[in-house]
Design a protein around this ligand. Structure first.
Ligand SMILES: N[C@@H](CCC(=O)N[C@@H](CS)C(=O)NCC(=O)O)C(=O)O
Length: 225
């Protein structure tokens, strides 16, 4: 029987966006089931993801499968970074042939996850959007930039690390332009953009531009949402 994968996703979620980018970049056959995070279907948590989060991937579901009712024992993979890894292992196109490039880019993605993401969330959310944590965020970015390998931004290739970082890095720029975070300080988005326009962040901006132009990214996001 013909098969395709089912991705439980939410447009607004950068973690789910990771999975959409990875699947799109590899040309995998997949269907998106949009989950409304403000009003999740009652079957989602018991049948799809006990943690009740998106994304989740039902790999190679039968074409006529009912997304709300996977058969007993169906394996559904949660966690965006595991999904990106899985897609990388299952489909060609996201794993760099050069093992050193693969390892360096994985290290870059780990650095992003451990430093920039938490600092950005603190800046945008934890302090109620008062903008007090901007310096911590900029310091995290400073620590991240050296992990972008030499020649990486210039290379036309894209890999799993890019699928992991793109939803977050492109959101920082695109949603700041729209002042779309729950900031309480006026012009917070512009303040971020001004800070990131410093010469020391040139490589970050070039990397963000490269990711924003990647079809797998631009075709799987609607900045208006
Ligand atoms: N560690 C998870 C985080 C996923 C996550 O936090 N997803 C959010 C949306 S961005 C979610 O589904 N939250 C549950 C809710 O809003 O009820 C991953 O990487 O997949």
């Amino acid at each position: 029987m013909a098969k395709r994968s089912i991705l439980y996703s939410a447009d607004v979620c950068p973690y789910a966006h990771r999975a959409r980018v990875a699947l799109k970049a590899t040309g995998a056959d997949f269907e998106i089931v949009e989950i409304n995070l403000k009003d999740k279907p009652e079957w989602y948590q018991p049948k799809i993801n006990p943690a009740s989060k998106v994304p989740a991937l039902w790999y190679d579901a039968p074409k006529d499968a009912d997304p709300s009712s996977p058969p007993e024992g169906t394996f559904i993979l949660p966690e965006s970074s595991l999904i990106v890894d899985f897609v990388q292992s299952e489909y060609p196109g996201l794993a760099f042939e050069d093992p050193i490039k693969r390892a360096k880019s994985a290290l870059m993605a780990l650095q992003w996850e451990n430093t920039v993401n938490p600092a950005w969330f603190k800046y945008t959310m934890s302090d109620g959007g008062k903008g007090e944590k901007l310096d911590d965020f900029l310091e995290a970015v400073r620590k991240f930039v050296p992990f972008i390998p030499d020649g990486y931004v210039e290379s036309p290739e894209f890999g799993a690390a890019d699928a992991s970082i793109a939803p977050f890095l492109t959101r920082i720029f695109e949603l700041s332009k729209r002042n779309a975070y729950p900031w309480t300080v006026e012009n917070s988005g512009q303040i971020v953009l001004d800070a990131l326009s410093a010469p020391e962040f040139e490589k970050l901006r070039a990397y963000a531009d490269k990711l924003a132009k990647w079809n797998a990214v631009s075709s799987t996001v609607d900045w208006g949402k």
